[in-house]
Structure formats: C-alpha cells, structure tokens
Write a new protein. Structure first.
Length: 276
C-alpha cells in the first residue's frame, strides 16, 4: 500500500524528503474504508515494532511493552502479551486493555508495569497514540547517569530539546499506579524520555512506527555517546541552532514513521508469520 507511485501533493509537504518528481515510488500514509481495516493496520504495525525490537535484541525476559491506541475506542489500547518473546508476537496474540490494566480482548495477561506506565500516559495525554519501552543495554546504562543526550551528531540532534530526563520513581519498579502518575506529566510536548536508573521510553502522537523507530534511534544515540565518552575525548557538539535545524528536518514524527517503512517491508518479507 505504502509503496505505490506518488505525485507531488498540492498541500505543503510533511518533509523535505517527500519527492516533487511525479511517478516515483515513495511511502505514503494509508487511508481506510472502515475502522476494522484501520485497526488491522495498526495491529500489524504494532507486531512489526515488536519484531523489530527482537531484531535489535531489545528483549529481556518479559520486560518491555509497546502500545497503540484503538482507533474506535480510544480509551483502550493494544499491547504485546505478557511473557511472549518479541520475536513470537503476532496479530493473533495481541491483547486489548483499558487504562486500568483489565484485558478486554485476548487470552494472555498484561504486563503490570506496562499498564501502570503506558496506561497513565495514554489516559493523561489523549493525543499520544503509541508508546514504547524496553530494558535495553545502552539505554539502561545511560539512564544511570541521570542526564540528557548531548547533540554530538546529526542523529543525536533529532532529540535536541525533544526529550526529558525523569528522576521521579527512579530505579523503583513501576508496579503501583502512583509510579505511572509521577511519570506521565513529563511527556508533554516531547517524543522521548530517559527514566533515571530505569531506561528509555518513547511516545508518539503520530503512529506506532514513529514511536518504535525513535526508540531504536534513542538506544543507538545512547550507545554512541557512551562510546565517545569512553574514548576519553570531549566531543564537539552540534551548535544549538544547527541542532534545531537538524531536528526539524530529521527528527519529526513523520520522519520516524518514514524510517520504519523499510523495516516493516523487510519484516513482512522475512517473517510473514507475524501477520497471522
């Protein structure tokens, strides 16, 4: 669907990367005839995000949870099932839950820490449609420093003034509702958070694809900064004006969605079972 040839739109382009040349193949946002087809599309992309996390080796036992808001019932969200490896998540084993953690569709249990954090954010921010969290190696290590990423590269500039460091509930497993309430307010106007002594979280007002890609990118940036600092040399930072310029052009929700399209196509071609 998203690889159909496209012509230059009459409206303003969402990105400078959108081609002006007619007839070339370029991903486009899908349209839906009904809510059922939209729901299936969202569930397929949620599964792809889980499979992408498996490829990135973001698994850590049952830790890690990804969510997408239901298009018909925004008070409900789809998420990966408890104790199912990211590589084994498929459309048929996703679960639908409410903000209180009650499973309303699906056979598996829900990750309590997942609904405490994600449920609180989804409920407090109706504009946020998707979230991602996993216990990754570099993100968790960098979170122990309790400080934000520096704009050491064009990649890192995508998060410049667009992520926060959350110190509330630092290091304490989020299994009580008050933990979610302490975290949710920090997601106003940003796409990512570094939760001190815990790890990385991303939120999207656009799509699960954007939330997933920016999580992958954030983990990568944490790794890069730690590698640079381990060299013993002080990195040359991108100046603030140039970092903002880069963020505007390569750090938007749309760009995150666009990046994920090649990941989705690869997964469909190599792991077709995910759609069952």
């Amino acid at each position: 669907m998203h690889n159909a040839p496209t012509t230059a739109p009459a409206h303003s382009k969402p990105s400078i990367y959108e081609p002006t040349q007619a007839g070339v193949i370029f991903p486009t946002k899908p349209t839906f005839k009904n809510v059922e087809s939209e729901r299936l599309h969202l569930k397929q992309r949620l599964v792809a995000a889980c499979r992408a996390f498996a490829l990135e080796k973001f698994d850590y036992g049952f830790a890690g949870h990804l969510t997408i808001r239901d298009p018909e019932h925004p008070e409900l969200y789809w998420t990966n099932p408890m104790c199912v490896h990211f590589a084994q998540v498929k459309v048929s084993n996703l679960i639908l839950a409410d903000h209180k953690g009650r499973v309303v569709e699906g056979r598996h249990a829900i990750n309590r820490a997942g609904f405490v954090l994600h449920g609180a954010v989804h409920e407090a921010h109706p504009d946020i449609v998707a979230m991602c969290h996993a216990h990754t190696v570099y993100g968790t290590a960098f979170a122990a420093l309790g400080r934000p990423l520096e704009p050491i590269s064009q990649d890192a500039a995508a998060f410049f003034e667009d992520h926060v460091v959350i110190k509330d509930e630092a290091g304490q497993v989020a299994v009580e509702e008050k933990a979610g309430l302490a975290v949710c307010d920090w997601f106003t106007g940003v796409k990512a958070a570094i939760h001190q002594n815990h790890g990385l979280l991303t939120a999207s007002r656009h799509s699960i694809e954007a939330a997933a890609f920016w999580f992958i990118a954030l983990e990568r940036c944490c790794k890069q900064q730690m590698l640079v600092e381990a060299s013993g040399h002080k990195p040359v930072l991108v100046p603030p004006d140039k970092a903002r310029y880069s963020r505007e052009h390569v750090g938007s929700e749309y760009i995150g969605w666009l990046h994920f399209q090649s990941i989705y196509d690869h997964l469909v071609a190599t792991q077709p079972d995910m759609l069952t």
